[in-house]
Write a protein that binds this ligand. Structure first.
Ligand SMILES: [Zn+2]
Length: 115
């Protein structure tokens, strides 16, 4: 299935391909502040539809994860990182997906992910 998503103002828009079966609520220092619900997909299934210049990037700790946000409205639609095997991954903040029933997506609470 193909999903579309965006930040609040719409400058950062994206498409993602896959089956949304669940999401993760992470309790790390940034996710707990943002309230992101993350869906991990191979990076190849994610496509940014906006100019890279509209996308800000925040990194901290080990600088392994690129936390992307809209430079205009500040919403965080996605992040990029590699999984333990080195495969490029995208973490979609499913709160920024269009047309999904957020309450129907099973959410796992993940403890201790050191993003
Ligand atoms: Zn925006």
């Amino acid at each position: 299935m193909n999903y579309k998503g965006s930040c609040h103002c719409g400058k950062v828009a994206y498409e993602v391909e896959g089956e949304l079966k669940g999401a993760m609520a992470c309790n790390c220092s940034i996710c707990s502040r943002k309230g992101s619900l993350l869906w991990f997909v191979p990076r190849s299934q994610f496509q940014l539809l906006s100019a890279q210049a509209d996308v800000g990037t925040y990194m901290f700790n080990k600088h392994k994860i690129e936390h992307h946000f809209c430079r205009t409205c500040g919403i965080h639609p996605y992040a990029e990182a590699s999984d333990p095997k080195g495969n490029p991954m995208a973490a979609i903040n499913i709160r920024t997906l269009e047309g999904i029933d957020l309450g129907a997506v099973p959410v796992k609470h993940f403890d201790g992910l050191s993003l």
